[in-house]
Design a protein around this ligand. Structure first.
Ligand code: NAD
Length: 487
């Protein structure tokens, strides 16, 4: 059966989700489908009072259900039941995801939703496997490090992979024994609401997951600053991450995890398998139309192969299949909004005006909806925003090098350090480069995460603070207490 669906016939959740119930409010923010610009609906704006209600609901849920003190195996089972229901409802959830976002339905069902369910199971399994420890002390004493949940965790997610990002936050926080108040992006809130609704239908305590709606400066800022939020977990732009740090510094210091932006280089050496590299680089910049934190947006290629490689990638770019996210044949995403499309085009046109070449693309696609052609820019200057700024669109720049040192110097971004790709058949070189590169993730002869959720993800420098995924994400949702007993 085809995955295609009619967006007009979709029933979308309405209101915040607090204490296991939808809480409608006056329409404040209109939501459009990036696929064709149609208005899909509107959401309310949470204020400090709404956030307060959500935090209270989370506290009550913790107190009534004893979630943090359940036998850990019971927590595992409860979360796994939620993952099972997510899988059973995969198509419905994916439709709600696809309609307002840039995620094509054919990727959302086997990709985003399936991975989300797996990640919840992955994190659930830590609940009865990670604990505190007894530590060596002098005679007559016993020292231990106890590990405890925070209580209520505040989470904020971006629009580019709404369900996956919600999973990154909810999975480890809940498995670790916390309750969560989450604010999804104001552009793509509905799938997260349905996800929370499914948690209640699967038997998780009402109020364990609460969703407040609204924009960053209002709802997001109120959530971060609430004294009942013990820890903040954020994914989004470096600019918003900095605003959150400032807010936390002013309103009361608390731990935070920040997953932020990037400008990730792809280093290709002349000995690499160029067809493999071309496939990986293509996916790294056209998946979700480049609206990916780890988008491999800078091709840095050894001069002797740069032209051949760029031509291979350009030829593959011609085969993209744009379309509405609700059609099963769609393989290429729209840009999330007209404002974001204008920003992408502005950077491309500025690079062109400064003398950069356009190997392909360089303009919006001639069709309805916010679509931008996959673009390759050759020779932008080192200071061009095309080279220095996170574009968050399908734009690949090409630079060349002669030596490893030159490659590393080009790859080094003054502020970002999220991710990088290396392509070579020389194992020693791969290891040398892996060590030298300043990034939280290095992919060698591949580009993109696998389904091995054990690998933590998170940026260096201004690309972030702390890790999502992996054991590290679970541990980041618990805090340590040192206990010393005189016997
Ligand atoms: P954004 O920073 O504009 O918004 C992200 C979220 O933060 C939204 O929910 C928004 O409402 C909220 N927000 C904005 N300002 C806020 C404030 N002052 N206080 C509290 N909340 C605030 O980002 P976006 O445009 O939604 O997403 C794209 C960005 O996210 C890119 O920079 C991308 O690199 C980054 N991202 C990073 C990762 C990662 O793992 N490092 C993953 C996905 C996306």
């Amino acid at each position: 059966m085809s995955l295609s669906f009619d967006p007009a016939r979709l029933s979308l959740p309405e209101g915040h989700f607090i204490g296991g119930r939808y809480l409608p409010g006056p329409d404040a923010i209109e939501i459009r489908a990036p696929s064709d610009g149609r208005i899909l609906g509107a959401i309310p704006q949470a204020d400090a009072g709404t956030v307060d209600r959500a935090v209270e609901a989370a506290r009550t849920a913790l107190a009534r259900s004893g979630w943090a003190d359940l036998a850990p195996r019971d927590r595992v089972r409860a979360l796994q039941a939620w993952a099972d229901l997510i899988e059973a409802e995969a198509e419905d959830l994916a439709r709600i995801e696809a309609v307002a976002s840039s995620r094509p339905i054919a990727e959302a069902v086997p990709g985003d939703v399936a991975i989300l369910a797996e990640q919840i199971r992955f994190f659930a399994e830590f609940a009865d496997k990670e604990g505190g420890s007894l530590v060596p002390t002098g005679a007559g004493r016993m020292g231990m490090i106890a590990s405890e949940p925070y209580g209520v965790v505040g989470a904020i997610t971006p629009w580019n992979f709404p369900l996956s990002m919600a999973g990154w936050k909810l999975g480890p926080a809940l498995a670790a024994g916390n309750a969560v108040v989450l604010k999804p992006s104001e552009m793509t809130p509905w799938s997260t609401l349905r996800l929370a609704e499914l948690s209640v239908r699967a038997g998780l305590p009402e109020g364990l997951i609460n969703i407040v709606l609204g924009d960053g400066p209002n709802a997001g800022a109120a959530l971060v600053a609430h004294p009942g939020i013990a820890k903040v977990s954020f994914t989004g732009s470096t600019r918003a991450g900095a605003a959150i740090m400032e807010n936390i510094a002013r309103s009361g210091i608390k731990p935070m995890t920040l997953e932020l932006g990037g400008k990730s280089p792809q280093l290709v050496f002349a000995d690499a398998d160029l067809d493999l590299a071309a496939d990986c680089i293509l996916r790294g910049i056209t998946a979700n139309a480049g609206q990916v934190c780890v988008a491999g947006s800078r091709l840095i290629a050894e001069a002797s192969v740069a032209e051949e490689l760029a031509a291979k990638i350009a030829a593959k770019m011609a085969g993209i299949a744009p379309g509405p996210t609700w059609e099963a044949a769609t393989g290429y995403s729209p840009i999330i909004s007209e404002a974001q499309l204008s920003r992408i085009d502005g950077i491309v046109q500025a690079a062109r005006a400064e003398g950069a070449g356009v190997l392909c693309g360089g303009e919006r696609l001639d069709r309805s909806g916010s679509f931008y052609a996959p673009t390759i820019l050759t020779g932008p200057g080192a200071d061009s925003p095309a080279i220095t700024e996170e574009i968050f669109g399908p734009v690949l720049t090409v630079e060349t090098f002669q030596t490893e040192d030159e490659a590393l110097a080009l790859a080094r971004h003054p502020t970002y350090g999220l991710c990088s790709g290396i392509y070579t058949r020389d194992l020693s070189r791969a290891l040398r480069m892996t060590r030298a590169i300043e990034a939280g993730t290095v992919w060698v002869n591949r580009y993109g995460r696998s389904r091995d959720h054990i690998l933590p993800t998170g940026g260096w420098k201004s690309s972030g603070l702390g890790k999502d995924l992996g054991r590290e994400a679970y541990l980041a949702n618990r805090r340590q207490k040192s206990v010393l007993i005189d016997l």
